[in-house]
Design a protein. Structure first.
Length: 96
């Protein structure tokens, strides 16, 4: 069987579940090898929690911003357009 070089080794369904349950912490991006943006999402969530403790309206705005990133990643993953750190599409095992 011919291998597709544009398909990632990472499983899209795994990344989708990680995004659903741990999306605010950027775990799905870390799984895809996107270390920088994964830690940036983690940092943003921690900063949002600290800001929320100090000022509720601004903290909520920060959390809503982080939620927008998570929802965007979830939608891109669900549509099968999410790429790993090498620019390869992540898809389910049966599509490889």
């Amino acid at each position: 069987m011919e291998e597709n070089t544009n398909v990632s080794e990472k499983n899209r369904l795994t990344a989708l579940m990680l995004c659903w349950f741990l999306g605010f912490f950027g775990v799905h991006r870390l799984y895809a090898g996107k270390i920088g943006t994964g830690f940036l999402m983690l940092y943003g969530t921690i900063c949002s929690a600290v800001i929320l403790a100090a000022n509720v309206p601004i903290g909520l705005m920060c959390f809503i911003t982080m939620l927008a990133y998570v929802v965007n990643d979830f939608a891109v993953l669900a549509l099968g357009q999410f790429k790993d750190c090498y620019g390869k599409l992540m898809c389910s095992d049966e599509l490889k």
